[in-house]
Design a protein around this ligand. Structure first.
Ligand SMILES: *Cc1c(COP(=O)(O)O)cnc(C)c1O
Ligand SMILES: [Zn+2]
Length: 408
């Protein structure tokens, strides 16, 4: 195992505690895959979860785990029909311990902090990263420090970070500002940074790819989706999932790598813009805005990895409005029984847009990643729904409300 810079190609020893190369490039953890034998059939009886794929993860001792991963992959016939896709699946990452995919990365990241003997972990967060870091820090007995953008974090996520004992600070500024600040604090204080610039986090998150292959095996005409669609914020997850598919491809487990397709909210879409214009690098968005607070990020730190993932895999990127996001959230909830937070619904909104524009073939096997659970953000649901009707506690009033709803 070693760290490799995606910018200058320099290799660094795996024991180095660094998130970026001396050239400022992002780092990636590399394995000698020719020395690893991995056959899914040999472990067919082990249910999927992150540590099922331990040989392809960078922790050798016992990890700090709360049984993350193993999330359901739902076949979505009704929604698929509506979007013009014959074989559509949704992988519900909201079914992780804290209700988002961040748990997959944090089990690895916090295990690494413990290995290094560092006693404080820290992150900037739009909410889910903080909730996730807090539970693993609690389990590991580490101190946790969180910086949130004040006023733009969904209620459920703050509740989690608080309950699990993190020190939670709200800064008067957006996520990008919080990330710049926490990086500075970490380098000055020796705290361990657990944002997705940390390559260990992405190693855990790549297991979404492994699990999807595992779960499609025998259920679909292929064990590899033709296309994977997911929301993109700081752009770590799309990079991680792509890495997972590439490794399975190199190991001979799968024959092709899916087209990685990233969806951003139109008010914060620097990656989409770079893909659409063919630019080599992103132009940060100074004041990102969207109802989907988990992807309200203007300067995604993993942009170089994400652009590479989308371009190398011949994928796509597009942006969707808040209105399209909220409609997709409702459709997923009402056609499939899958409750997700707004950011997650961006993947469905993007699928619908690309499919209707003819950019996606209806015969493709498509997997959308639902990144976080509905209960993370109850306030947005309440705002966009009719409130429950209050009625007197007698049968007549009740029937009146049921059969003549407009008169109540
Ligand atoms: C973190 C998060 C995202 C964005 O993932 P990135 O790796 O930052 O691109 C999307 N949806 C939800 C629910 C998240 O918590
Ligand atoms: Zn470098």
């Amino acid at each position: 195992m070693y760290l490799e810079c995606i910018n200058c190609g320099r290799k660094h020893d795996i024991s180095a505690v660094m998130n970026t190369c001396s050239c400022d490039g992002l780092l990636e953890i590399k394995y000698d895959l020719s020395k690893i034998s991995f056959k899914l059939e040999e472990r067919a009886n082990t249910p999927p979860h992150v540590w099922k794929y331990r040989e392809l993860l960078p922790i050798r001792g016992s990890p700090i785990t709360l049984m993350e991963g193993g999330t359901p992959l739902y076949r979505c016939k009704r929604l698929g029909e509506e979007c013009g896709i014959k074989e559509l699946y949704v992988k519900h990452e909201g079914m992780n311990p804290t209700g988002s995919f961040k748990d997959r990365g944090m089990t690895v990241g916090v295990s690494r902090a413990l290995e290094l003997g560092i006693n404080t972990v820290a992150c900037a967060s739009t909410g889910n990263t903080s909730a996730s870091m807090a539970i693993y820090a609690a389990k590991a007995g580490l101190a946790a420090l969180v910086l949130l953008p004040s006023g733009y974090v969904a209620l459920g996520k703050i509740a989690q970070a608080l309950m699990h004992g993190a020190t939670v600070l709200s800064i008067r500024g957006n996520f990008d500002k919080a990330l710049t600040l926490i990086q500075k604090v970490c380098s000055e204080q020796g705290f361990y940074l657990l944002n997705s610039v940390n390559p260990y986090r992405l190693e855990g998150q790549k297991t979404i790819a492994f699990e999807t292959v595992d779960q499609l095996n025998g259920r679909s005409r292929t064990n590899t989706p033709d296309r994977v669609i997911l929301p993109v914020g700081n752009a770590g997850n799309i990079s991680a999932i792509y890495k997972g598919y590439r490794e399975f491809h190199e190991l001979g487990v799968i024959e092709s790598v899916p087209m990685m397709t990233g969806i951003q909210a139109s008010g914060s879409a620097p990656i989409t813009h770079a893909i659409e214009t063919g630019a080599a690098a992103i132009e940060p968005v100074a004041h990102p805005e969207t109802v989907a607070t988990a992807i309200r990020i203007g300067d995604p730190i993993n942009a170089p990895k994400a652009l590479r993932a989308i371009r190398e895999s011949h994928g796509l990127a597009t942006s969707v409005t808040d209105e399209e996001i909220l409609k997709a959230q409702k459709d997923l909830a009402r056609l499939e029984g899958i409750g997700v937070e707004p950011a997650s619904a961006a993947s469905i909104a993007g699928l619908r847009k690309l499919s209707h524009a003819g950019a996606i073939d209806g015969d493709e096997v498509v997997v959308c990643i639902a990144t976080g659970h509905l209960l993370k953000d109850p306030e947005t649901v309440i705002r966009s729904s009719h409130p429950p009707v209050e009625v007197s506690a007698d049968l007549n009033s009740l029937y009146d409300a049921i059969f003549h709803p407009q008169s109540t």
